[in-house]
Design a protein around this ligand. Structure first.
Ligand SMILES: Nc1ncnc2c1ncn2[C@@H]1O[C@H](COP(=O)(O)OP(=O)(O)O)[C@@H](O)[C@H]1O
Ligand SMILES: [Mg+2]
Length: 358
């Protein structure tokens, strides 16, 4: 098998077809960014989308859980199935990567290693022992042999780091995202967790280049809905230097998920307003915008969340949540000794967004 080449690719990436698709991808991504900019509480959307992104990006790697298991783990970390715990780590890694990027304003190998450490909950770091290969699970066939030695891996990562952070080349940033994702996966710098780390890098890269302000693109939804193509196209870059179809795939993924994430954002925003109206009409004495924001911050709320968020006693917080249950805005559920209040309509929107096929 031939050696993995350093970036940039030795082909013209900005072909006619690519440029045509590129305009659409930029247009819909910018629309999503613009809409999110205007939202009064941006955390609601970030928290919601990262739940789904974490779930699907993990599912690409056969780490499969349900929204119901997942919110138990997110609320009470000792609950939920093992896959839900892994998904919760993934979301933590994504949000942590976002924080790191805000502090440093560039994307480095060290950040990749930190993200990976949270996903995998271990310190294994970059590969040092040879033997890692990408295998087709169905046929056992070797589809890619990534670089073997530690020296090759760090040289290629340093080349990738330059490519990511340079401002001097003239290639469009969305095309570069496709190149970066291929190259990261082909380097395969870790023993495991490369797919998930790479898909977090995708979102961080969009933020680095000011194409989004926060990790709100539900990009893995497209990949999981078109998974075989994802694998085939990655492979064809390696085997045939066939970049155009790969770039088109990623650009299409950005276009489609920008549209569907915008719809999700609009639905959530409308739901927040509708719930605020019901709340105000049915129980104006305890209504506050802050309480609405708390019950939409995550699809579940604990009594402590209200207690701390509004700086009220536990008893008052508990009364508020019971009142919200009476007017059907929340539904309580006992898990072990903990009481959780579920925002069912919000949960349902997240579940529905996770069913989209493209
Ligand atoms: N032919 C290929 N060339 C390069 N990368 C590939 C190829 N096939 C699959 N991949 C990447 O490898 C990832 C799986 O790697 P792995 O380290 O197991 O990730 P994770 O643990 O997150 O499961 C896939 O999600 C994909 O991004
Ligand atoms: Mg794996």
């Amino acid at each position: 098998m031939s050696e993995l080449k350093k970036l940039p690719p030795n082909v013209e990436l900005e072909t006619k077809k690519v440029l045509k698709q590129l305009a659409r991808s930029h247009r819909f991504l910018a629309e999503l960014k613009g809409y999110a900019d205007l939202l009064p509480d941006k955390n609601i959307l970030v928290n919601a989308v990262t739940i789904n992104e974490a779930k699907d990006s993990s599912e690409i790697e056969n780490i499969v859980t349900t929204h119901d298991e997942l919110y138990k783990t997110l609320a009470l970390s000792n609950q939920g199935d093992p896959a839900a715990k892994e998904v919760a780590n993934y979301r933590k890694a994504l949000l942590h990567g976002y924080e790191l990027l805000n502090q440093k304003e560039f994307l480095s190998t060290n950040i990749f290693i930190e993200i990976h450490k949270i996903i995998e909950k271990n310190n294994s770091g970059l590969r040092k022992v040879p033997g890692t290969k990408i295998i087709n699970q169905a046929t056992d066939e070797i589809v890619h042999e990534p670089p073997e030695t530690y020296q090759e891996i760090i040289d290629l990562l340093s080349n990738l780091e330059n490519y990511i952070n340079t401002k001097s080349d003239k290639v469009d940033n969305l095309i570069k995202l496709a190149v970066i994702h291929y190259q990261f996966e082909a380097i395969h710098p870790f023993y495991d967790g490369n797919g998930r780390t790479g898909r977090i890098i995708n979102l961080l890269y969009l933020i680095l280049k000011d194409l989004l302000d926060s990790p709100i693109l539900y990009l893995s939804r497209y990949i999981i809905a078109n998974k075989q193509q994802y694998y085939n196209l990655l492979r064809q870059v390696t085997d045939d230097n066939s970049w155009e179809d790969w770039v088109l795939y990623i650009l299409k993924a950005i276009e489609e998920t920008s549209k569907s994430t915008l719809k999700l954002a609009q639905d959530i925003n409308e739901l927040v307003d509708a719930s605020a109206n019901v709340f105000q009409e049915r129980n104006s004495s305890i209504y506050s915008q802050e309480l609405i924001e708390i019950i939409f911050n995550e699809p579940y709320t604990k009594i402590e969340d209200v207690q701390n968020g509004l700086d009220v006693t536990r008893k008052t917080a508990s009364n508020y949540l019971s009142s919200l249950e009476k007017i059907n805005l929340m539904r309580s559920e006992k898990i072990g000794r903990q009481k959780l209040y579920i925002n069912k309509p919000l949960m349902n929107l997240l579940k529905k967004a996770g069913d989209i096929k493209y």
